[in-house]
Design a protein around this ligand. Sequence first.
Ligand code: AFP
Length: 297
Amino acid sequence: MKLDAHIASHNEDVKQVVLCISEVAKKISKGFATRRGTSDTSNVYGEQQQAMDVWADELLISELRDSKLVQYLASEEQPDVLTFEGSASNIGVTIDPLDGSSLIDVNLAVGTIVGIYRGDVLSPGNEMLGAMYVLYGPLTTLTYCLRKGVHDFTMDDRGNFVLQEENILIPEGKIYAPGALRRDWLPVHRRFIGKLEAEGYKLRYSGSFVADVHQILHKGGVFTYPAYAGREQGKLRLLFEAAPMGFIVSQAGGAVSDGRSELLTIKPEAVSQRVPVYIGGKKEITLIERMHKENSE
Ligand code: AFP
């Protein structure tokens, strides 16, 4: 089954946003061959942009603006939320155009992450209408969730997204993907990782959040980019990375936390807000929250 047929029963405006982004993603997947190397620009976080970061960002912004499907757009590559006049709906989207883009030059998987809101995007993640991501790996895949299950599609040789797996539920599994330098981990986090290792969890970490979480969604376990010495807010962005991926994993029966409580209840104060992230199976997320609680008692 193709994506447009699968998504047919959803609200027209939300459905059209997912389909519009799926069309842009097809163009992005073809863009890697000709847009190599770095750009001479930095994003709002001071990170050097790749040529693909800049191009994918401009493409998503222009196609979504021209579609008149969204009113607000926040991009990880832009300092402010963009407002589009003349939009037919009040949908707001958050976009990480190419998550993991520093891995493009070594040909590892990267992805586009999108959160979809009714109105203001500076809202808690649990108010999302839905979320989706596209993973550009050996295959290009698209995963979407509009609060009725999490579904995976694979792009075929004619450029159609075809259903791969429906109503995905995160299995129990023993993979852990731990970000940040081990020497900077804070004591509770260090003990958490120690427990996983003692239980035989296997380390799998690529440096691309979207790819690492996709693996956890299908194989179980936990991804974490924690608070660490020198950066109590961690590295990942609440609006662009943690909330949409956390929403999808939660809807697949998993959970997402900042280590102390559910991450999807946090109301963002700024588009660039960072947050410590634990995302994966309920078992692992319950464990880290319990360890933090015991630590503070
Ligand atoms: P880039 O988009 O700059 O490659 O950053 C990727 C990312 O935000 C996220 O996708 C990774 O999980 C994380 O950073 C990797 O960070 P480390 O390089 O510190 O492991």
